[in-house]
Write a protein that binds this ligand. Sequence first.
Ligand SMILES: NC(=O)c1ccc[n+]([C@@H]2O[C@H](COP(=O)([O-])OP(=O)(O)OC[C@H]3O[C@@H](n4cnc5c(N)ncnc54)[C@H](OP(=O)(O)O)[C@@H]3O)[C@@H](O)[C@H]2O)c1
Length: 304
Amino acid sequence: MKNIQLKDDISLSEFSLGCMNLPLHDSDEMERIIGRALEAGITHFDTADLYQFGENEKAVGEALGKFRGDYSFTIGTKAGNEFDAARKEKIGWNPSASHIKESIKQSLSRLGVEAIDLYQLHGGTIEDNKDETIGAFEDLKQEGLIRSYGISSIRPNVIDYYMKHSSIATLMMQFNPIDNRPLEILDGLNSDVGILARGPVMKGLLSDNADKVLENKFADGVLEYSHDELKRTIGALREVHSDLTALSYAFLRHHDAAIVNGVSSLSQLESNIDSYNRMPELSQEDHDRIMSAVRLMKYEAHRA
Ligand SMILES: NC(=O)c1ccc[n+]([C@@H]2O[C@H](COP(=O)([O-])OP(=O)(O)OC[C@H]3O[C@@H](n4cnc5c(N)ncnc54)[C@H](OP(=O)(O)O)[C@@H]3O)[C@@H](O)[C@H]2O)c1
């Protein structure tokens, strides 16, 4: 497993486990998935306070806790959403310093850790008081409650602000050959900011199960692609490489992006680890073939 060195002395495995869709209520399967991930060299686990209204952090913290003596790993979580855990209801977006500083106490307790390795703002708008949010992250770093911070955003104007006015270590975006909107952002990024590519298998569309996933999850298409165009695109990508997951991972490595892959079962994780280990080295010609198979996408909103 390749590792990616970030600022603040954080090192992440190139392949992180996205924990949003894990089977939280099956603790045996949770333990098998987390154990297998660690055994494969995955050392970073991505969650958020909002996922299942705190339940995700709790279950991930518990499962990881069983392996703490045998492996070292990092945890990334996210804040910025206010929610009512008892009612399982989202209240709204709140990136204020007071909310972030209250949220971290809950996250630390649910995860069972003393510090968060990577604390990310879970979205954000250009109207936010961004300096206040940045100040809160910097304070938490000073206090030793977080080791580093980042943002998860697909808004060019928000990303641009954080590039210029904060010391974020990471930027998380949905990124894969089909949703290639991050490409236009990459050139403007500070060189010390690591890209965390969520959605690398596009909910399974870039996997061996593409045909089924296309019918079940993308019957109405996605982004600017109609269902039929997606079908043709999948066919064209298969001509470049028959393992679509490995192809997506290679595309991301070509762009120096780390992979944050979610799974809901051990078998999906096994299949994705196999694809990771089979990842081809992508020549510029292969990359050009990928780009001629897909639409070149661009973020249309939140630019000004
Ligand atoms: N705004 C944000 O910050 C944000 C938003 C979304 C996600 N995330 C993070 O990023 C992680 C990954 O994102 P994501 O879950 O949207 O995208 P993803 O990793 O591309 O998709 C994960 C889903 O794809 C399916 N899948 C995975 N491997 C498969 C395989 N080998 N064969 C068939 N299907 C497969 C599963 O769907 P089924 O469960 O339906 O089978 C799985 O739940 C999340 O876990 C979360 O940690 C962050």
